[in-house]
Design a protein around this ligand. Structure first.
Ligand code: MF3
Ligand code: CO
Ligand code: CO
Length: 275
């Protein structure tokens, strides 16, 4: 490890001023934060139904985090005032919870990041309010497949671009658009750190993946064109063509043998339908 610079006693080494390599303490911290994040999304399954407001779901999420001794990392992050992002239908990401009422047939993403003992567990899943149409459910299923194919490509010796290449290749088969404006990211003690994980890339490009790297993969896939725009509130990102958009996110580590997913559902509810 002679070419790595130690930046944080028991948790972290730093390579070439860019991507951090974490050690056992970091893995322990991320397991705990990731598990809580996944349990909170598990609990959201019972909360999502037609007639409820996104604000009420956000309130419940904040309550679950505080009860568990965690803090919502999004609360106060760059002026964001909520404990989750809830993105419905053509909203790509960063939907702001509020008075909006879920209606039958909506698809929505809930994205949570509890900060637990200094570590960030960042994860999101799609949910169905009532029964969405087949084309919406297909988009959701393929988006989950994109995430898992991206994770399969994340292993020591591979390149960062192999992840986006796997995601893009799968989305292309269905003529879906892969959003470029928002990326996955390194995380750990920081919420957003290097590297930037793009979800459409050329294979064999970018930095080599090494054990101890922590980052999210969080593909946003549109039923139509990939183009995004941010609304006047400064947060809500929507598809320019108003087509539906879906997203799933896991926080993972590169390990000696492949990867470890910190945010897997302990009850197997990683992708709808949640029966
Ligand atoms: N959880 C989001 C992510 O996946 C970030 C949300 S930042 C917020 O990176 F301020 F919008 F909440
Ligand atoms: Co993230
Ligand atoms: Co997130």
């Amino acid at each position: 490890m002679h070419d790595y610079q130690l930046v944080d006693g028991d948790t972290t080494v730093y390579r070439d001023g860019s991507i951090k390599l974490h050690t056992a303490a970091g893995f322990e911290g991320m397991r705990k934060a990731g598990r809580l994040a996944a349990e909170i999304l598990d609990a959201c399954v019972e909360l999502v139904k037609p007639g409820v407001t996104t604000g009420s779901i956000d309130d419940a999420i904040r309550g679950m985090m505080l009860d568990a001794g965690a803090v919502p990392a999004t609360l106060g992050y760059r002026g964001y005032a909520h404990s989750s992002c809830i993105s419905i239908n053509h909203v790509i990401c960063h939907g702001i919870p509020g008075d909006k009422v879920l209606k039958d047939g909506d698809i929505l993403n809930i994205d949570v990041t509890p900060l637990v003992d200094g570590w960030h567990g960042d994860t999101s899943r799609m949910f169905y309010a009532g029964e969405p149409p087949l084309k919406a459910r297909k988009l959701v299923e393929v988006t989950y497949e994109c995430l898992m194919l991206g994770i399969q490509a994340a292993k020591p010796g591979a390149r960062l671009g192999d992840i986006g290449a796997a995601i893009e290749a799968h989305a292309n088969q269905f003529r879906y658009g892969v959003v470029r404006e928002f990326c996955g990211h390194g995380l750990g003690k920081l919420f957003h750190d290097a590297p930037e994980v793009v979800h459409a890339a050329r294979p064999g490009t970018g930095p080599e993946l090494k054990p101890g790297m922590f980052f999210t993969i969080e593909p946003m896939i549109n039923l139509g064109k990939p183009w995004a725009k941010v609304l006047g509130d400064g947060w809500t990102a929507v598809t320019r063509d108003k087509s539906l958009s879906a997203q799933f996110e896991h926080s993972i580590a590169i390990t000696e043998t492949g990867n470890e997913i910190f945010t897997k559902s302990p009850t197997g509810r990683d992708c709808p339908p949640y029966v």
